[in-house]
Design a protein around this ligand. Structure first.
Ligand code: MG
Length: 470
């Protein structure tokens, strides 16, 4: 992935005006067909009321999908039944039902495709050995899988095999040439079959395509791989994700800066916003960011944010009675509206509180956490929308949804059709952070000290790189 990232950047610099394309094989490259093998064999068990495959897991499949007979041998299936199973398997594995129900993407591949599709004048082409007759089902299943990543595949960028299931390498070469003839400059081709990469290389007269071997399960011999092939086993999109290559207009918020140590770390990083939870200290009665650290008063914190010209997201707990006091402190420290963000939970803040915040600070972000409404948005979106519009009429400008909330995918999909700004909070791993960022919400709230993303220096090209995968 690092080589692909570098190769892509070099091509972008060299050919700034051209349409760049990365071509992907589908089976064994985007789709992990081990799930299909298990699905079709277990369907056999159900159909014939047998019990050969009930314990079979995708991880048990260590052979190419054309070599199921090997499995039957190890399971000691009697010979006559073996042929009945194989007939079933070969007859049903490309059925519409099997394609829709059992195709699963490899981890990370759809994030990679999404990242590529977000880059200007950059395209993802599909170059598959599947026959033309599967065009519709192929697009339907891939677009269904891509939906939650906002990945879309179109028929014009899908090259199928005109020779049926035969002559796959020839078809790969023809498709490579076709993409070029249509005006795309092919940056890289990813395939799991060595012979397919060999064929693509033969059509690459200028040797400018980066050949990537998806080292999954494959049928043709490894020795067919052209010498310049780069071999990889996983899609680690973090190779692409430097601060500069993340969507530029997504705001990042450092979640829960509630101690001196976290505040110091935040101030050294290049994340603009920090979420600071505000309580009233039960001993001193002062407003403080952490009940246990009474010397970290809101007064002191606001002074620090003001002198650093950083944005503060005040997370308000039980504040109804002292909202005026908070606003006075913000005024005292001359925190500008564009560096001010209030967030609260339903049940903590009331209509009056939202109205006061929004009228006293017209340009500030006023956010409400909608996790308690996720089920309603999912089950009765039109009713939920009326409720959200009521919040907007009180001055709320942004809604925040937790990454781990049930129905998250459906809620985010619903928000695509609504004109509300959305923040995603509790984004707690590198993988989740990348997926969330690629969905292009208005903002993301994430604990940057634990999610493995370092953001120490804005000017360092590798300023956001994974340190660990939590
Ligand atoms: Mg393949």
């Amino acid at each position: 992935m690092v080589q692909l990232a570098n190769h892509y950047r070099a091509a972008r610099t060299r050919f700034p005006e051209e349409k760049l394309l990365v071509s992907f094989d589908i089976d064994g490259t985007i789709i992990d067909l081990r799930h299909m093998v298990v699905y079709v064999l277990q369907a056999y068990d159900r159909h014939y009321q047998t019990n050969w495959f009930h314990a079979l897991q995708p991880e048990d499949i260590d052979f190419h999908e054309n070599q199921v007979s090997l499995l039957l041998k190890t399971l000691d299936v009697p010979l006559d039944e073996r042929s009945r199973i194989l007939t079933w398997y070969f007859d049903t594995r490309w059925s519409k039902e099997a394609i829709i129900e059992s195709h699963r993407p490899f981890r990370g591949v759809l994030e990679l495709i999404r990242w590529l599709q977000l880059q200007p004048n950059t395209f993802v082409g599909l170059n598959t050995g599947r026959p033309e007759s599967l065009r519709f089902d192929t697009l339907q299943s891939l677009n269904q899988l891509g939906q939650e990543y906002r990945v879309q595949f179109t028929t014009s960028l899908l090259k199928m095999n005109p020779y049926g299931w035969e002559y796959v390498p020839r078809s790969k070469a023809v498709a490579t040439k076709a993409f070029r003839d249509e005006g795309y400059r092919i940056v890289a081709a990813i395939d799991n079959e060595p012979q397919s990469l060999q064929a693509i290389a033969s059509a690459d007269v200028d040797s400018e395509i980066l050949l990537l071997h998806a080292d999954t399960l494959f049928e043709t011999h490894r020795s067919a791989l052209p010498a310049r092939t780069v071999v990889g086993r996983s899609y680690d999109v973090s190779a692409f994700v430097q601060k500069r290559s993340l969507p530029q207009h997504v705001q990042f918020v450092w979640q829960r800066v509630d101690s001196r140590a976290k505040l110091e770390r935040f101030m050294q990083a290049d994340i603009h916003w920090a979420e600071v939870p505000i309580y009233r200290d039960p001993y001193t009665q002062q407003l403080a960011v952490n009940v246990g650290e009474s010397d970290l008063t809101l007064d002191a914190v606001l002074a620090a944010f003001n002198s650093a010209e950083r944005g503060i997201n005040l997370k308000l707990h039980d504040t109804g009675l002292y909202i005026d006091q908070i606003l006075e402190l913000c005024d005292k420290h001359a925190i500008a509206d564009n560096n001010l963000w209030f967030s609260g939970d339903i049940g903590m803040l009331k209509e009056r509180d939202f109205r006061v915040l929004a009228t006293r600070r017209l340009g500030a972000i006023v956010q409400v956490n909608i996790d308690p409404l996720a089920s309603l948005i999912w089950s009765a979106p039109q009713h939920a929308k009326l409720l959200l519009e009521a919040f907007v009429s009180w001055g709320v400008t942004r809604f925040s949804l937790g990454w781990h909330v049930e129905h998250r995918k459906n809620v985010l999909k619903q928000f695509e059709h609504w004109d509300f700004d959305i923040n995603i909070h509790d984004v707690d791993t590198m993988e989740a952070f990348l997926r969330a960022a690629l969905l292009l919400p208005t903002s993301i709230t994430s604990d940057f000290s634990v999610n493995g993303i370092s953001a120490e220096n804005e000017h360092d090209a590798a300023s956001i790189i994974p340190l660990t995968f939590a």
